[in-house]
Ligand binder design. Structure first.
Ligand SMILES: [Zn+2]
Length: 412
């Protein structure tokens, strides 16, 4: 990870901690890709050997963290059926595009095998830092079971079924053996699944508690629960999960439980607000999605106003890839300040993923995952989702995207 020292000057710094922006800040990245200084220009040490970049009228932010993606899912390419090699190349491109959009870390909650994570770690592919759940755990006939009445398994190989506490424990052990970094369960039905409704319960509270305990016994792995209807959200919260994914049916009672336990909510508004084309999905899917649209707005706005800890997640793969930062604008639409939305997409994501000791904020000693924008995210947060405004993305101090004007670099 060797490189030359980089010095960014005259930037506005939004450091991800929730603190107000600092004008005319200097950020210094050392040769190992760590942040050596971040603060007022006047306090910055001299760095005669650094490559210096003038960021007048630009803003430095931490690299963003998407806590809920599915890199395996995406638009189906036309033409002959894809073989697994082609699938890998499609996934690698989605990952590279997502990184270039400013997402320097991501948590894949279903579908992604551990090999992709190893490929990222070893530098074979340019991708966000990855945590992956591998296969999703749910019960027979539930959200992750698309088996047809004739027994045909349309689900693919990204789920594992469990129907009692013991089989739920075995399922956790199985996905851990396959390399899972985090456990993903279904606590409710969903929009796209053929046999259930978002208000249906999936794993029971006792089964969820068994999953959480089994994950805890293995280096304290965390559990993320797909939970849309209220009953399943309450089961998941009482069962001790680390995050409620979607959470569209969240209530005051659920907010009380989440606040008491510090459980995160990942509202995936990018998917909730992503309109479906009725000609491309089943009538049941379309009907469920339409029925939940207004409920979702009201309930997530309630959770935001109650101060529940929220981490940014998009469900990209169900929503479009590489448009992840639109989620920040949706969070603002439902009541967050721009600064709160940025914290949801940086520090809070890092805390939920358990990587806040190394990334998530622009602070001395952390890895230099940075986003540089020419937009003003505090007045136009949606601009962060437009590629032309993401001028530079650094990961471990290495430029993964750079469209800064050549004049910006004084001494490169
Ligand atoms: Zn998902």
């Amino acid at each position: 990870m060797g490189g030359i020292m980089k010095r960014f000057e005259h930037a506005r710094l939004i450091d991800g901690t929730g603190n107000r922006p600092q004008d005319d800040a200097t950020v210094i990245v050392d040769g190992s890709g760590r942040i050596a200084y971040a603060g007022p220009a006047g306090g910055a040490p001299a760095t005669p050997d650094a490559s210096t970049v003038d960021l007048s009228s630009m803003t430095i932010l931490p690299g963003f963290i998407d806590a809920h993606v599915h890199f395996l899912f995406g638009p189906k390419p036309s033409g002959p059926p894809a073989d697994s090699a082609l699938t890998s190349f499609h996934v690698a491109r989605r990952m590279r595009d997502t990184l270039a959009a400013g997402i320097t870390s991501a948590r894949d909650l279903g579908g992604l095998s551990a090999g992709y994570c190893l490929a990222q770690e070893s530098g074979l592919i340019e991708a966000p830092r990855l945590l992956s759940a591998g296969r999703i755990i749910g019960h027979t006939g539930g959200h992750c079971d698309a088996t047809g009445p004739d027994g045909h398994n349309a689900t693919g190989h990204f789920t594992i079924l469990a129907d009692d506490e013991q089989s739920a424990r075995v399922a956790v052990r199985t996905v851990l053996r396959e390399g899972a970094d985090v456990i993903k369960i279904c606590a409710t039905g969903g929009m796209g699944s053929p046999h259930d409704d978002p208000d249906d319960e999936d794993l029971s509270e006792a089964e969820i508690r068994a999953v959480v305990d089994e994950a805890r016994r293995h280096r304290g792995k965390k559990v993320a629960a797909h939970a849309q209807g209220t009953a399943g959200i309450l089961n998941a919260l009482r069962g001790g999960v680390a995050s409620i994914e979607h959470g569209y049916g969240v209530t005051d009672e659920a907010c009380d439980l989440a606040l008491a336990s510090g459980t995160f909510l990942v509202p995936t508004l990018a998917t909730a607000f992503n309109p479906l084309d009725p000609s491309k999905v089943s009538p049941l899917h379309f009907e469920k999605k339409s029925r939940w649209a207004e409920r979702t707005r009201e309930n997530i706005a309630l959770a935001i106003s109650r101060g529940v800890a929220i981490a940014m997640g998009t469900d990209a793969g169900v929503s479009p890839h590489a448009a992840n930062l639109l989620e920040l604008a949706y969070l603002v639409q439902l009541g967050m300040t721009e600064l709160q939305a940025i914290t949801a997409g940086t520090l809070n994501g890092a805390r939920l993923l358990g990587i806040d000791d190394v990334v998530g904020t622009v602070e001395v000693g952390k890895i230099a995952d940075l986003v540089i924008t020419d937009a003003d995210p505090l007045t136009d947060i949606a601009a962060l989702a437009r590629p032309e405004h993401v001028r530079m993305v650094l990961q471990s101090g290495i430029a993964r995207r750079n469209t800064l004007p050549a004049r910006a670099s004084v001494n490169a």
